[in-house]
Each structure stands twice: as structure tokens, then as C-alpha cells.
Design a binder for this molecule. Sequence first.
Ligand SMILES: Nc1ncnc2c1ncn2[C@@H]1O[C@H](COP(=O)(O)OP(=O)(O)OP(=O)(O)O)[C@@H](O)[C@H]1O
Ligand SMILES: [Mg+2]
Length: 251
Amino acid sequence: MTATAADTPMIRMTGVDKFFGPLHVLKDIHLEVPRGQVVVVLGPSGSGKSTLCRTINRLEPVDSGVIEVDGQPLPAEGKALARLRADVGMVFQQFNLFAHKTIAENVMLAPVKVRKANKAEARRRALELLERVGIANQAEKYPAQLSGGQQQRAAIARALAMRPKVMLFDEPTSALDPEMVQEVLDVMTTLAADGMTMLVVTHEMGFARRAADRVVFMSEGEIVEDTAPGEFFDAPRSERAKDFLGKILTH
Ligand SMILES: Nc1ncnc2c1ncn2[C@@H]1O[C@H](COP(=O)(O)OP(=O)(O)OP(=O)(O)O)[C@@H](O)[C@H]1O
Ligand SMILES: [Mg+2]
């Protein structure tokens, strides 16, 4: 069997620990995301959700344990690491678009620079991706001329331009005005329906219920529950999850 057999999980974390100085932020994490699955990560502030995401494309190195993407352990550095980063798309709360480049240029940038893609071809593909996220008509504008929701959709298109195997989202809608949240969630839902493997940190419980195959609940650096969304919301097992759900559903 090859390392990329269909049953190899797209993401596999085994016994992962991470410290920030004395602070034990990830505690013996075991997590598998099969290809095509959407896993939503929930948990209180400071529980380690962003850190978990960031270890998967090695923005944060881990202290022990193994992380594999598509059957390959994360490379520590060099070309192999650059390749891994291309395979793992990431979308943050802050869109981080280049202000002095147009939306199309933002989306073309990495394929041209990192993948040495032909410019015309990269541009054609950028426009295709902008079409896919519903902002083809914004291609020649600059980021500041777009709404937050449009900018975040551009950031998703930019991540997709590298043809990632998996997409990580860290609170992609938290910085948006409420009326723009849905348009970004809709793009994510379409991506999921098209079969993208996704790990999504979000406070959007409706999205978690509808789009997730699994919910992973974190508390104080641990995965406390890893279960189907219906089960998690309707019958959480741990006191910590009950407490968390009680707070978010009543505020
Ligand atoms: N670079 C860092 N250096 C030191 N401590 C850090 C660093 N990044 C995060 N932490 C700490 O690690 C813990 C986990 O942080 P993390 O950002 O992963 O939490 P989170 O679950 O994403 O929280 P939030 O919901 O507020 O985004 C927190 O206690 C945080 O203060
Ligand atoms: Mg966070």
C-alpha cells in the first residue's frame, strides 16, 4: 500500500504536545481527519484551537508527537516544508491580503512565485477561482475597495490557488460584520460539498451543525470530545462541553 492510499487520513496527529514556556497548550493530541471530511473545532478562548491549526502547517513546531499530512510526516524546513505549506491552505480571521496588489494579483501571487506558474495561466485560474467564490467582478479592485466578506472570499480563493489538499480555517468569520458572515460560510459549505478536507475553528454553531462531519471540542489544551455534531450539541458528555454550550447558547 502506498502512503497516499485512499484510506490514509489527510491529517493525522499522534501524541502531540506543545508548550509555550511553562504553558502546556496542546496535551497529547490524537486527531485524524479522513480525506473529504469537515471537522469543526470548538472550545473556549485559550483552549488551544489556533495553536492546533498552526501546528498542522508548521507555523508552530511541536515538542513531541507526530503530525502527518496525507501520510507524510511534516518536514522541518527547506523545500519540503514549502511544499507542505502549499498542500495545506490556511485562512485566518484577518485576511492578510496585499494592499497594493489587486484581488486577481493577490490570488496569482503564490502560484507564480512558489510554483513558477506561467502568468497568463495563473491569471486565468485566479479569475476562475474568484468566480467560484462569487467575486469575479472584483478582480481588478484593491483589497480596501472590497467589503470584509468579499476580502475573506478573496483570501479563500488565494489559498485555493495552490491547489491545497486540505484547508484550515481559523475563525474566518469572526472579524466580519454580521451581514457578511453568511456569504463566507456559503463559500465554505460549497467547498465542503465539493469534497475538500477541512479543519475549521469557528463559533458559528449553525455551520458546525450543518456542514461538519465531526465536532472536536477542546478545553485547556485537550481534546475532550470528538463526535458527530448532532450528538455534541444535543447530548454533550463532558461537564466542560455542557458548560461551554450553556454559555454560548444563552448569551
Ligand atoms: N506565541 C505564543 N506565546 C506564548 N503563549 C501563547 C502563544 N500563542 C498562544 N499562546 C497561549 O496558548 C494558549 C492557547 O492559545 P490559542 O491561541 O491556541 O487559543 P484559542 O483556543 O485559539 O483561543 P481563542 O478562542 O481566543 O482564539 C493561550 O493560553 C495563549 O495565551
Ligand atoms: Mg484562536
